[in-house]
Design a binder for this molecule. Sequence first.
Ligand SMILES: Cc1cc2nc3c(=O)[nH]c(=O)nc-3n(C[C@H](O)[C@H](O)[C@H](O)COP(=O)(O)OP(=O)(O)OC[C@H]3O[C@@H](n4cnc5c(N)ncnc54)[C@H](O)[C@@H]3O)c2cc1C
Ligand code: FES
Ligand code: FES
Length: 478
Amino acid sequence: MDSKISFILNENFIEAEINPAVVLLDFIRKQRLTGTKEGCKEGDCGACTVLCGEISGSKLTYKTLNSCLLPLGNIQGKHIVTIEGLSSGKNELNPVQEAFVAEGASQCGFCTPGFIVSMTCYFLNPEIISLTKPGFVMDGNICRCTGHNSIIRAAEKISSRLKRKFVSDEPDFVYLTEKKIIPEYFLTIKNRLKKIDIKSGRIFDSSKPGIYIGGGTDLFVQKPDELFKSETIFLHNDINLKGIEIKNGNCEIGSSTTVSEILNSGIIRKIIPGLDKFGLLFGSAPIRNNATIGGNINNASPIGDMTSLFMALDSVLILTNGKSERDIPLKNYFSGYKKTERHNDEYMKSLKFRIPEGNYFINFEKVSKRTYLDIASVNSSLLINIENGIIASAHMSAGGVSAVPLYLKNTSEFLTAKKLCPDIVNEAVNTAQLEISPISDARGSSEYKRLLLSRLIYAHFITLFPEIINIEDTYERL
Ligand SMILES: Cc1cc2nc3c(=O)[nH]c(=O)nc-3n(C[C@H](O)[C@H](O)[C@H](O)COP(=O)(O)OP(=O)(O)OC[C@H]3O[C@@H](n4cnc5c(N)ncnc54)[C@H](O)[C@@H]3O)c2cc1C
Ligand code: FES
Ligand code: FES
């Protein structure tokens, strides 16, 4: 079961014969790198945050990941940086650490390494700025002592003093080392990574079935011990399963493409306006950086956010057993609670959807117990096409209101060919109520979930067509 895993940990090359289902957090702490902390071990607290650098094309880029949910099988050929790896080794604080001290942003200190690593990623990452304000780079980190205000002050202080500099979309490593944000050994990493023999892991071997692992953000919360004892198949690094492309009017997304890659894709942003807003409701930066679209769909959770969005886009999945492929519409994929139509010897290769044309609108809505870093109580997505005030087509999905992610077939059909007006929206809400069968659980009673879905359907229309339907129209009827 052991595999040879090669990567760079801070400044050191590591080559280990080891079970690839060991999570990085356990590995690094056994190397006596104990600055990285174990808090929740479920991706919630960020105490275990590390930087992960990888070469893509000709560029070396870095992102944050939760080491508690990161199997060694997914870090082959990469550069892992822990808090120890951000130190110059001269027993002095770097400018990010100094800002934290100056603002009283560390009290017990348990969360501090994770925050410092995330803040360092702010300077290494051109994509973060397009998402939101500087503080958001730490959306996966929780501090129970400081109340976060001093941490935000420290982040603002350091981000106002230093530039985020990039050369051709790659971090300006020379500038960052001069400013002591990162130590000088970072300048050698690109060449060193190029020399590592990258094996993408076993993809398909019918003689030895195993558990497919995408990012692992679901599996390593649900059943880490079982993974440790099982045959595991790592899909995350397979370049054949990654990427987003347009082919014959379809957009195709490889199953190992991460949520962050989808949110940052120019292609997808053009097709789905408002994606920034929806995307930030998914987990946290380190979770989005690791979670794949294949994992989101195949964990078959009734509340998968990407599943909801791509179901409304009427997507089709491409499944393969390594020898042949077959297509299946996403809306027909789920056969029961956490069950799919996928055969044991198949994995998801990609997802594709027809690029919407004409006067179309897309919206995603989600309610969870807290706005960010939480999974949905109920979510819903809508793709709607309006021609001359008439609904030419509609596709609506809803999660958390049935045992499976639900395509609201009757509601979508009801809306089609109707004039868009408040009465039709109210009737659509009533139709949806007849299609759903929510159960009471930790996320709310079945009545609450029914109410939520009604509100989310109104929210779709109020958000997309405020000139036709407004909140007063709906309040009278709720
Ligand atoms: C803190 C936290 C916050 C989260 N927030 C959200 C959220 O806001 N919204 C949300 O929807 N989810 C959320 N999740 C759940 C999870 O991160 C997502 O569902 C994620 O997309 C799973 O992807 P993964 O690649 O990590 O899956 P994995 O854990 O690798 O796999 C999940 C399942 O899919 C299977 N699988 C993976 N890839 C394939 C493939 N190509 N073919 C066949 N089977 C495959 C695996 O065998 C496994 O059964 C959160 C999780 C955590 C820990
Ligand atoms: S230990 Fe809490 S996110 Fe990893
Ligand atoms: S300083 Fe104690 S948890 Fe943040």
